[in-house]
Design a binder for this molecule. Structure first.
Ligand code: ZN
Length: 152
């Protein structure tokens, strides 16, 4: 399925899939949310420790396909030290990129997911952790995020 992705992007995704970063619970988390994509079987819990407006730490646990796990890994790496507003802005840019292939200037490493737009069935996999992170930051952690009810 990755025939059209260039080798570098494929390597980064595989690396984060096999060795996900921040892949653990966060005992000091101030908020968390569950994300579920029943179409693929992706299931994650995203944790965040937020101090004021700044995300000090973000982590995730769970299981799912390679794309969803790599996405959670790169998301939690990106989120560290960012403000809520910065994460929300990147959420919009990543969603735009993953659905259209259009890459914004400041997405950095997250550009590895641009090729996902060629595989519409994988868009929900790539966005799942982002939706869970957004829900967690909004304090909607009690309400699980599912791609069945979410307009992704
Ligand atoms: Zn998936």
């Amino acid at each position: 399925m990755f025939d059209d992705l260039n080798d570098l992007y494929q390597q980064v995704i595989l690396d984060h899939c096999k060795k996900p970063r921040n892949f653990h619970e966060l005992p000091a988390a101030t908020c968390s949310a569950h994300g579920n994509n029943p179409l693929c079987g992706d299931n994650y819990q995203v944790f965040a420790r937020v101090d004021g407006d700044v995300i000090q730490e973000m982590s995730f646990t769970g299981s799912g396909c390679c794309i969803s796990k790599a996405s959670g890994s790169l998301l939690t790496e990106f989120a560290k030290g960012k403000t809520r507003a910065e994460l929300e802005k990147m959420f919009d840019e990543v969603r735009e990129m993953i659905t259209t292939g259009k890459v914004a200037d400041d997405v950095g490493k997250l550009a590895v997911f641009a090729g996902v737009h060629k595989y519409p069935a994988r868009v929900k996999c790539a966005m799942l952790a982002w939706h869970a992170a957004k829900a967690a930051l909004k304090g909607e952690g009690a309400q699980p995020v599912t791609t069945e009810s979410e307009q992704i």
